[in-house]
Design a protein around this ligand. Structure first.
Ligand SMILES: Cc1cc2nc3c(=O)[nH]c(=O)nc-3n(C[C@H](O)[C@H](O)[C@H](O)COP(=O)(O)OP(=O)(O)OC[C@H]3O[C@@H](n4cnc5c(N)ncnc54)[C@H](O)[C@@H]3O)c2cc1C
Length: 369
């Protein structure tokens, strides 16, 4: 097998192929934009085709639920949880339920140097590191194999991630009886930024502010929850400065310039009201217009209940979460990613050419002009 995918836009980097290969012939390598793609070692490849067959993008598998989900407005009853979450704290509620039944939780967290990667949690403390959105593509490593092992060991598993990561795991596990104990939670996903840009951004902040980064916080509730503030709330500290700093240049590249996202995001097959997951969580944007009594500066969530398992998951946290049914039109109006992928600007290629030629600091200088 020469390659798993023919075009970059046909690979979301979910790593299902890497986790599937029976001869370890595949490694995930970063390209010049910093996104991971499978590379096949021809000397080890036995042409079994498993990598192509498991791919949720090239094999247009039937991963989505057929029914229209039930739409809910929701928030965690604990103010402390709201303040430690991006939106209405629903991830904490559903992961509490699974951990409380002796299960395990998978999600994205930072390592010591603020790289983003998917990890496994078997207690509340480990799970807490997964809270809060990190707007950088997470490295999946061998996480699908860890999930499989937990399912073989008869553990309940909650796996959280972007819609393409969920589709990848679903394809990897397949329709076997193992899927019985697997609960899938995705996010409504705007698109996913480059780990290389994130690395260069962190280096720039350290250069400008001195010392090593000691904390980074996207979407922190130190700044009130609102759609407008979601483009501003990024705070960080460094070892040489006691002050908390705010910087919005990464958000600007991500949400305004739209230049730093993975090529597959523009062709995303999961920007659909029919989801691949059991339950979908996101921000309830616009709630102040539709149901002002629900507006809370500490955060409000939208939940899509995609099937019976999603319903079951929500039922498990009935005591912790307050929720109410809402019309699906609100979700479709406020959440573009339920109907169409992000559109890249015409200048995306030039952006990456300049990035390669002149480096990140040049890119930032252009942004400031
Ligand atoms: C890249 C990205 C794009 C998003 N786009 C939108 C959007 O367009 N509209 C919208 O309303 N909401 C979007 N969200 C979702 C939103 O930001 C919150 O993550 C969601 O509402 C959950 O909030 P919470 O309060 O329930 O949980 P929190 O406690 O904040 O839980 C965070 C959850 O997000 C997961 N997560 C964090 N970072 C990543 C990552 N890099 N990759 C995969 N999973 C991750 C964690 O595993 C955990 O399950 C996006 C999130 C991400 C990570």
């Amino acid at each position: 097998m020469e390659s798993v995918h023919s075009k970059k836009e046909d690979c979301s980097g979910c790593s299902a192929c890497y986790n599937t290969c029976p001869t370890n012939a595949i490694c995930m390598k970063a390209d010049e934009e910093g996104f991971l793609y499978p590379v096949i070692d021809q000397a080890l490849c036995v042409d079994c085709n498993n990598c192509v067959n498991v791919c949720p993008l090239t094999q247009d598998g039937n991963y989505k639920n057929e029914n229209i989900p039930e739409i809910l407005v929701a928030k965690h009853k604990s103010e402390e949880v709201l303040l430690k979450s991006t939106s209405g704290g629903i991830f904490t509620a559903i992961s509490d339920a699974i951990l409380g039944e002796g299960g395990v939780v998978y999600g994205a967290e930072y390592d010591d140097e603020f790289h983003v990667l998917h990890k496994r949690a078997e207690n509340y403390e480990q799970r807490n590191s997964m809270r809060i959105s990190k707007y950088v593509q997470s490295n999946m490593g061998e996480i699908f194999q860890e999930v499989e092992k937990d399912l073989v060991d008869n553990k309940k598993v909650l796996f959280t991630g972007t819609p393409c990561q969920i589709a990848g795991l679903k394809a990897f596990i397949g329709h076997s009886s193992l899927a019985y104990n697997l609960y899938l939670c995705d996010l409504i996903c705007h698109s996913i930024p480059s780990p290389l840009v994130w690395e260069d951004y962190k280096t720039l902040l350290e250069k400008e502010y001195g010392g090593r980064l000691t904390s980074v916080k996207f979407r922190t509730k130190e700044i009130d929850w609102s759609r407008e503030n979601s483009k501003k709330a990024f705070l960080f500290t460094t070892s040489q400065s006691e002050q908390v700093h705010n910087d919005t240049r990464f958000y600007k590249l991500f949400l305004e310039e739209k230049t730093i996202m993975r090529p597959s995001c523009e062709k995303c097959r999961f920007t659909d009201i029919h989801r691949a997951s059991d339950i979908t969580i996101a921000d309830y944007w616009g709630i102040e217009k539709y149901a002002p009594e629900w507006m809370d500066k500490k955060g409000v969530s939208i939940i899509l209940i995609n099937n019976q398992k999603g319903e079951e998951l929500l039922r498990k946290c009935n005591d912790e979460v307050k929720y109410e049914k809402r019309p699906k039109e609100e979700a479709l109006t406020e959440q573009q990613r339920l109907s169409e992928p992000v559109k890249f600007p015409e200048g995306r290629n030039k952006f990456w050419e300049d990035y390669g030629k002149y480096g990140f600091e040049y890119i930032i200088e252009q942004l400031d002009k």
